[in-house]
Design a protein around this ligand. Structure first.
Ligand code: NDP
Ligand code: MG
Length: 390
């Protein structure tokens, strides 16, 4: 029997990589559902190639457009944001690959965790804002949460060398993004093109901007806290510009286990699909002799204020990660629309955190209300101030 896989966000960077992996493992894995938000042409192409049972479009296009796009598709077409929840809880599904971007993926991730599925998580924002709800739901149903994020896949693999109580600390590596060596002025006024020029990874626009602010690493610190049940003081970040060591675990005896590889998301995606086994991979092997050297630095928390805020938020938890994440999503959207300077992203996040009063043990509804509040707060602040377009 082939494993039945649902891919939420199949038209994105992770989604397309996941389909390549599944294509190569097609004797063992079968795609039963795909979802897109706006890229209907690519979804239609994927549907023709992988012939899933379900195709979902989360951005509610008209009936006419749907009919036209899927005229030759014999499966079921769903539309609207709630279709993700339906796909994530399909009785016949074994593995749900969560590869949509942002908090929009939360209801589906929660549904998969409640339904006892194997949930392969690339979409880190739901874990960051609702780690408590997601991990509790998985514990209750017996669902397995597997990381796709390369750092967390590395930690997950390294953890297998010891017991959880033997972990001294986790070290997440970070490339430092395009502004590792930039001056404050250069970073503050960076253009969209400059911020999108990631030195080592090719990814969707939101995470690429998050890597430039190092907000991505901040979110990953919180992601690690929830995935590995760690206090934040056991999570460290080191800059490693080559992105070859994907992260490390130091055990109490001083042994450090690291996972290395060329920067290719197909590796962690495949591991999440085949875990606990391994299969022949698609990518090239690592040639350290060709690389010559690997470099490491302590991150400059004054330069990357988002990372400093991330550690504070990870220590506070409660509703802080919800505000932190939503303010960032709203600010990144504004930056990508050319409405704010790059430097304003972290200013807006800081403003929202300062304005918010922390709440504990949120229900899904409370959490979504706080998420919506932070989006509104960013929008109102932008309406009040004259914005500078880059
Ligand atoms: P992309 O922007 O490339 O893809 C996002 C996917 O989600 C697309 O399929 C898009 O549909 C869909 N989507 C967008 N908005 C919505 C919405 N509101 N509701 C439902 N679906 C939506 O992102 P990435 O693939 O880069 O990233 C996906 C997630 O994985 C993110 O959370 C990111 O942080 C994480 N991640 C990504 C890595 C990478 O290498 N790219 C590495 C580690 C983690 P459409 O395109 O059809 O509009
Ligand atoms: Mg990562």
């Amino acid at each position: 029997m082939k494993k039945k896989v649902v891919i939420l966000g199949s038209t994105g960077s992770i989604g397309c990589n996941a389909l390549q992996v599944i294509d190569a493992l097609s004797s063992e894995y079968e795609v039963i559902a795909l979802s897109a938000h706006r890229n209907l042409d690519l979804l239609a192409e994927q549907v023709r190639k992988f012939t899933p049972r379900y195709a979902a479009v989360t951005d509610e296009p008209s009936e006419r457009v749907l009919k036209q796009t899927f005229s030759d598709f014999e499966g079921t077409v769903l539309s609207g944001p709630e279709s993700l929840v339906e796909l994530a809880s399909l009785v016949e599904a074994d593995i749900i690959v969560s590869a949509v971007v942002g908090a929009a993926g939360l209801p589906a991730a929660l549904a998969a965790a409640q339904a006892g599925k194997t949930l392969a998580i690339a979409n880190k924002e739901p874990l960051v804002i609702a780690g408590e709800l997601l991990t509790a739901a998985a514990r209750k149903s017996g669902a397995t949460l597997l990381p796709i994020d390369s750092e967390h896949s590395a930690v997950f693999q390294a953890m297998q060398a010891g017991r959880p109580q033997e972990v001294r600390k986790v070290v997440l590596t970070a490339s430092g993004g395009p502004f590792r060596k930039a001056t404050f002025e250069q970073m503050n006024n960076a253009t969209i093109e400059e911020a999108m020029a990631h030195p080592t990874w090719t990814m969707g626009p939101k995470i690429t901007i998050d890597s430039a602010t190092m907000m991505n690493k901040a979110l990953e610190v919180i992601e690690a806290v929830w995935l590995f049940d760690l206090p934040v003081d056991k999570v460290n970040v080191v800059i490693h510009p080559e992105s070859i060591i994907h992260s490390m675990v130091e055990f109490i005896d001083g042994s450090v286990m690291a996972q290395l590889g060329t920067p290719d998301m197909k590796v962690p995606i495949q591991y999440a699909l085949t875990y606990p086994e391994r299969r022949e991979g698609l990518g090239e092997g690592l040639r350290l002799d060709k690389l010559g050297q690997l470099n490491f630095q302590t991150p400059d928390f004054n330069h990357f204020r988002a990372l400093a805020l991330g550690f504070e938020v990870a220590a506070t938890l409660g509703s802080a990660p919800v505000v932190f994440n939503a303010a960032n999503e709203a600010a990144v959207a504004a930056f990508l629309e050319g409405r704010i300077r790059f430097g304003q992203i972290v200013e807006l996040i800081d403003h929202c955190l300062q304005t918010h009063t922390i709440q504990e043990h949120l229900t899904l509804e409370e959490l979504l209300q706080i998420d919506a509040w932070a989006w509104r707060e960013v929008a109102e602040r932008l309406d009040r101030n004259t914005t500078i377009v880059n």
